[in-house]
Design a protein around this ligand. Structure first.
Ligand SMILES: Cc1ncc(COP(=O)(O)O)c(C=O)c1O
Length: 385
């Protein structure tokens, strides 16, 4: 019962279906909080440092920077404000255009919109499902200032090609790594490829702080600027003086205490998630019409989500499979809608690959807490159609 309540708290928009859920319902994601999370939070409470000053904040930032292989990490209150702070800190605003993949969570475009700049949607690659460098080239204009590649569902975007285009056209690169902690290209982790990287620690992410986010960068001046802006643009050496309008985007010491404990176990989460993805692939191998997320050579996909494409000759359409899974106690999620089809962002320039992937994409339960038996059961239900 307790477990069910916890799962509902994570996905409040599903609350209406609470009474329909059997106790053994398999949710799309459940955080694993049985390391030092409770001990560190209690320690922070006992210390009295429960707001944004406190040793766990510093420790989480230092350890996360080391994990990503960058010089600086700046903690913030969620992944959306991490993106907003990054774009704002780079001086991007009204009149500017920022390239964003069509297939991503809406926060990527919203963060651009908050600055007054215009998100310009770019189609994705049919294999990696991430921003397509060829389409990026087509959509660059004299007003383009930046691009925000997203490592969708855990597969890294093609950062070398995107960086080369950015250098050619003098664009900033803001990496949206909300879904890809620990993913890598040629061994170099996400968060270290762009001018700045951003992460989310929402409860369904690879590591969580409840709500939370992080910026990562090798640029000391940019890191210092982000730290100042997240604290109402107050310079550390001059209290209550503000040269510009800043924000309160700080992470609390309580959140960071959870983050430090989660980071202690990130390698275990990453290993377990790769094993789960491999088991899904093995159990569904050869099922006509079902295909999997790729892993391009040289790339490390962290499989944040166990994603499949559902197409003929599989007997059910994606939208017919979702209720079948639900009736057997299995949660799932359709892919994001292409952002250029949503009312605030509707555009006449189509992104056909994003549209096709969006219509047939399905995310299956993906928690590191899933057992092999649960994955085998989910695959048997899919096989039965
Ligand atoms: C690609 C992407 N960007 C940004 C975000 C925003 O993160 P948060 O929910 O922490 O604000 C998310 C969150 O789900 C995401 O998936």
């Amino acid at each position: 019962m307790e477990r069910t309540i916890q799962q509902l708290a994570l996905f409040p928009y599903l609350e209406a279906q609470a009474s329909e859920r059997p106790p053994d319902f398999i949710p799309i994601y459940t955080p694993s909080l049985d390391g030092h999370e409770e001990a560190y939070v209690c320690d922070a409470v006992r210390s009295g440092w429960i707001s944004s000053l406190g040793s766990y904040v510093t420790r989480f930032e230092e350890e996360f920077a080391r994990f990503c292989g960058v010089s600086h990490a700046v903690s913030v209150s969620n992944g959306t404000v991490a993106l907003h702070l990054a774009i704002h800190a780079l001086g991007i605003g009204a009149g500017d255009e920022v390239l964003v993949p069509s297939l991503t969570f809406v926060a990527t475009a919203n963060a651009v919109q908050y600055t007054g700049a215009t998100p310009i949607f770019v189609d994705v690659d049919p294999v990696s499902w991430c921003m397509d460098p060829e389409d990026v080239r087509r959509r660059i204009t004299p007003r383009t200032r930046a691009m925000v590649p997203v490592h969708l569902y855990g597969h890294p975007a093609p950062m070398a090609a995107l960086r080369a285009l950015a250098a050619e056209h003098q664009l900033w690169v803001i990496e949206d790594a909300a879904e890809a902690h620990g993913a890598a290209i040629d061994g170099r982790r996400t968060g270290g490829w762009g001018d700045v990287g951003t992460f989310s620690f929402y409860a369904n992410k690879i590591i969580t702080t409840g709500e939370g986010g992080m910026l990562t960068t090798d640029d000391s001046a940019l890191a210092a600027r982000c730290r100042m802006l997240r604290d109402h643009a107050m310079p550390p050496q001059r209290r209550y003086w503000h040269d510009e309008v800043g924000f309160n985007y700080r992470m609390t010491n309580l959140q960071a205490a959870v983050g430090v404990a989660q980071l202690e176990r990130i390698h275990h989460f990453l290993e377990r998630k790769r094993a789960i993805a491999a088991l899904y692939r093995q159990e569904l191998a050869g099922l006509p019409g079902i295909t999997f997320a790729a892993e391009r050579p040289g790339y490390t996909n962290v499989y944040w989500m166990a994603s499949i494409q559902v197409a003929p000759p599989y007997p059910l359409a994606r939208d017919a499979l979702i209720p079948v899974l639900r009736s057997r106690g299995i949660d799932s999620r359709p892919f994001f809608h292409p952002l250029d089809t949503l009312p605030p962002y509707r555009s006449d320039t189509p992104c056909p690959v994003a549209l096709q992937l969006s219509r047939s994409g399905l995310n299956l339960p993906s928690s590191p807490t899933l057992t092999d038996e649960q994955v085998t059961y989910i695959c048997a239900v899919i096989r039965a159609g």
